[in-house]
Design a protein around this ligand. Structure first.
Ligand code: UTP
Length: 300
């Protein structure tokens, strides 16, 4: 594959899920708009994509996700009011939320048939180039943004690539799990992938995390795969199909800390970690946490 063909400039953000683990909040708020401190989950995903050189942002949405579209739009009234009151720093901050016209596309997934199906919904916007998929639920704090790490590794490998993380063996059945052919450290050549395997059937404890670099062929595979675990059309199955057809699939062990913000515990952990990383909040918040913990210890 030529270098040109390995350039990744488009990313799909599948955000059409129901977000049932955050009900009742997600009855009227898209999960991706929920904030870690003061930035919605989706902003972290977009910043990561931009850092990796993504120029076209494709959202697969569903009913009730209008707040996402508004978030990326210019808000003339708000901006005029901030300008009038001289709040230049806030105006500057808002710039990272605005998207150039034409850089962002929204496409509907009418039924939540699974992640694979959501990605497939964007097939006509992808054309003939490799593309990234980012799940905004997986927030990864890395010195170098994780998608950028992957795009760089992808220049060497081509094929298809998934972000991978070693998890405790008893946790593996909550993830897509890689069957390892060759472990090269950061990179792992994969000979199979299983979505949410039974504990005794997990081929390893190397789990797939929500970042992918895929080729249009994987989209074609999705048309062929039937409903997998839970009756959903699984992206993992469509990637595993690549291996069956003799093509290269890699896992990439990223450097960074991943938070599962699709779960309440993970979301809370991320909130604490991001608050403690902020200069404007660290001291006060750390003090509060220490007090809280000492009260807890005293009670125990
Ligand atoms: P999840 O498995 O976390 O599902 O989807 P969910 O609906 O978001 O949340 P819960 O489990 O009900 O709480 C992983 C990612 O795939 C997207 C979701 O929006 C999320 O980003 N997805 C999932 C879709 O876009 N469509 C689907 O049919 C399923």
């Amino acid at each position: 594959m030529s270098d040109m063909r390995r350039k990744v400039t488009k990313a799909i953000f599948p955000v059409a899920g129901l977000g049932t683990r955050f009900l009742p909040a997600t009855k009227s708020i898209p999960k991706e708009i929920m904030t870690l401190v003061d930035r919605p989950l989706i902003q972290y995903a977009i910043d990561e994509a931009r850092a990796a050189g993504i120029r076209e942002f494709i959202f697969v949405t569903s009913r009730g996700k209008g707040a996402l579209e508004d978030y990326f739009d210019i808000n003339p009234l708000l901006e005029a009011s901030l300008r009038k009151s001289g709040k230049d720093a806030l105006l500057e901050m808002l710039k990272s939320t605005n998207m150039e016209s034409g850089a962002i596309a929204y496409i509907r997934q009418n039924k939540a048939l699974g992640l694979g199906h959501a990605v497939w919904c964007a097939r006509r916007l992808i054309g003939n180039e490799p593309f990234a998929v980012i799940l905004p639920d997986d927030v990864i704090d890395g010195e170098k943004p994780v998608l950028q790490q992957m795009v760089e590794a992808y220049q060497e490998t081509g094929g298809a690539m998934v972000a991978a993380m070693d998890v405790a063996p008893e946790k593996a059945s909550a993830y897509g799990v890689l069957d390892i052919e060759e472990d090269m450290g950061d990179l792992v050549k994969v000979k199979g992938m299983v979505e949410k395997p039974k504990a005794e059937e997990a081929p390893s404890n190397l789990a797939v995390i929500g970042r992918y670099i895929l080729t249009p062929r994987v989209l074609a595979n999705i048309s062929k795969v039937k409903g997998g675990v839970g009756g959903e059309i699984q992206l993992t199955d469509a990637i595993a199909e690549e291996i069956k057809q003799g093509r290269d699939v890699y896992g990439y062990r990223f450097r960074g800390q991943r938070f599962d913000c699709g779960s309440k515990a993970g979301f809370l952990q991320a909130t604490v970690a991001f608050a403690l990383a902020r200069d404007d909040l660290r001291d006060e918040f750390a003090c509060y946490l220490e007090e809280l913990m000492s009260v807890r210890k005293a009670v125990e």
